[in-house]
Design a protein around this ligand. Structure first.
Ligand code: 8YV
Length: 317
């Protein structure tokens, strides 16, 4: 039997690439010098595509794959993928939610602690031998403080459970209140920002949430408050955030995500009230393997039953 022809958009874990090659006829697009030219000639051959949350696939890109039946994406975010367009063409779209909740929440909570207690700077201080000259300046307590969560989805709830363990008061803002949680809903993001000590962003990326955390919201978090972002850089107005950090209008920021990854603005790199990670919230051996297993399971399920194992819910424009 012919193995289904699958387009691989971007590099994946070596173990996943090897496993895909065992079951499918995989073409790695990243090896092509001119991917567009390749797709113009060969796009019609592919029934499946494997991609990632970061690589995704735009409407124009998917248009070059006229016979596509299934997309399996490595990651929970799908803001880089034209899911609405794909679903309207009847293409099944699989992704990897849930398996990364713990690691992303661990990262969010580490950023909360590290930005407030300034542990990365403390580490540098100790290595430089500055301790011999005096004590590190006092920092900000985390336990018992107020956490506002923007986007109380599955990752947001996992962060909230960690915050409960640190005796924090928790409120959240979503488009709509949830009826399955005990945390207080705050209908106004500005009021949430004014109330909290830590504003943690765990919402989805994409057009709907673009720059939701605006200059006004950042100023409401204020000079003693902190922002933590493990979702997408696009949710924060990055220039406004840097202005606020530079002028002491925002206490600090712990960031795993940026507007133009992997480029981090020079102005941000110069600040000492930020903790900057290179988009690695889900990047542990255990979680990345679980994500890889689900990418594979989604494809196998589709070719066996016509349905992926975990599908992106039906979206409309
Ligand atoms: C990516 C992520 O999957 O899942 C997401 O939405 O942002 C990450 O976990 C990872 O960077 C690989 O694309």
């Amino acid at each position: 039997m012919n193995r289904p022809r699958i387009l691989q958009n971007g590099r994946l874990l070596p173990s996943l690439e090897a496993a895909l090659e065992q079951s499918f006829d995989v073409h790695p697009l990243w090896k092509e010098a001119d991917p567009d030219a390749y797709l113009r000639d060969h796009g019609g051959e592919f029934v499946g595509m494997v991609t990632s949350a970061i690589k995704g696939g735009s409407r124009e890109f998917l248009a070059m794959l006229p016979n596509l039946k299934v997309i399996s994406s490595f990651g929970v975010g799908y803001d880089a993928l034209d899911v609405v367009g794909a679903q309207s063409r009847g293409i099944a779209v699989g992704y990897t939610p849930d398996v990364l909740n713990d690691c992303v929440a661990d990262t969010a909570f580490s950023l909360v602690i590290n930005v407030a207690r300034r542990f990365p700077a403390c580490d540098q201080f100790t290595r430089r031998g500055d301790w011999l000259k005096g004590a590190f300046p006092l920092t900000t307590k985390v336990s018992g403080k107020r956490m506002g969560i923007l986007g109380l989805g599955r990752i947001g709830q996992t962060i909230a459970r960690r915050a409960s363990g640190f005796d924090m008061a928790i409120r959240y803002h979503n488009r709509k209140p949830r009826n399955d949680v005990a945390y207080d809903y705050e209908p106004s993001l500005k009021a949430l920002a004014e109330w909290c000590d830590f504003l943690v962003i765990a919402s989805a990326g994409g057009a709907e949430t673009k720059h939701l955390v605006s200059r006004e919201i950042l100023e409401a978090v204020g000079p003693k408050g902190f922002v933590v972002n493990i979702s997408r850089g696009s949710v924060i107005d990055e220039d406004a955030m840097i202005d606020a950090l530079e002028h002491g209008q925002l206490g600090g920021a712990g960031l795993d995500v940026y507007t133009h990854e992997p480029n981090v603005p020079e102005r941000l790199l110069k600040l000492d009230n930020v903790v900057l990670l290179p988009h690695l919230a889900s990047a542990t051996h255990e979680t990345r393997q679980a994500m890889a297993d689900l990418v594979l399971a989604n494809l196998h399920a589709f070719f066996e039953s016509g349905h992926v194992k975990v599908a992106v819910p039906p979206l409309t424009a």
